[in-house]
Ligand binder design. Structure first.
Ligand code: SAH
Ligand code: MG
Length: 233
């Protein structure tokens, strides 16, 4: 990664250690060479988007990074990871979009990263481009993460790379929702693990049975969304 990208990534607010970011970058560089877009669920202030966006720039593809920018349940006021600086004084709501914009401008990655502002389940309804790499790092509640794991992995191209953050097999280290959902994907046989650094897991899409999706049954929330009316999701 070039020094400008590395400096912007390290300076950005966020929850990703540099070592994990570099592993994500390398995985995206390898996957992006195939030509499809990269997609991230959970932009926050743009830290992981720099690691991924730098790879997109180098590989000649694009990163789409999705966030409603209102913050996950677990980073709202009163929670240990809440940052009062990202609250919009006019609305009293969290708004991390200006921080993400600043991070990407400082990295010089505006032409390589498309910020998509919206709920991930809503964006998934009309998304059809096969992904070279998918990074799931959105909300960690069972409902929101359940939707992400049901909606997005089926959109990976065959052989595409799945990256998941905050996978803790020891409950003492962190919440178990991403671990449980990721384990279900591996158990389906559609994904095979290819690497791990810290709480980052990397897997490859090796088959397309959709078994995990049916077992989880968690695409329900997308089906309920008004934008999904009449859509086979
Ligand atoms: N990937 C970032 C951190 C993401 S934090 C990094 O490493 O730098 C998780 C983000 O997911 C938050 O910014 C939150 O607003 C977003 N999020 C939570 N639920 C969401 C949903 N349903 N749709 C879109 N974004 C969501
Ligand atoms: Mg994370």
């Amino acid at each position: 990664m070039n020094p400008r990208h590395a400096a912007a990534a390290v300076a950005a607010k966020g929850f990703m250690p540099h070592e994990e970011g570099m592993a994500l970058h390398e995985a995206a560089l390898a996957a992006g060479g195939a030509g499809g877009p990269l997609l991230e669920v959970g932009t926050y202030c743009g830290k992981s988007a720099v690691y991924l966006g730098a790879a997109a720039a180098q590989a000649g593809t694009l990163l789409y990074s999705i966030d409603h920018h209102r913050g996950s349940e677990e980073i709202q006021p009163g929670w240990p990871d809440h940052d009062p600086e990202v609250v919009d004084q006019a609305t009293g709501l969290m708004d991390t979009l200006p921080f993400a914009r600043r991070t990407l401008a400082e990295a010089g990655l505006d032409d390589h990263v498309v910020l998509v502002v919206g709920r991930s389940a809503t964006v998934a309804v009309h998304w059809s481009a096969p992904l070279a790499l998918l990074f799931i790092d959105g909300g960690h509640g069972a409902d929101v993460a359940g939707d992400d794991f049901a909606n997005w992995p089926p959109k990976l191209a065959p052989g595409g790379t799945l990256a998941v953050h905050d996978v803790f097999d020891d409950p003492a280290q962190g919440g178990q929702v991403p671990y449980r959902l990721y384990s279900q994907l591996l158990a389906s046989g559609d994904f095979a693990e290819v690497g791990s650094v810290g709480s980052l897991r990397l897997a490859r899409r090796v088959a397309s049975t959709g078994r995990a999706l049916r077992a989880g049954g968690t695409a329900e929330a997308t089906r309920r969304h008004p934008a999904a009316a009449g859509f086979p999701v």
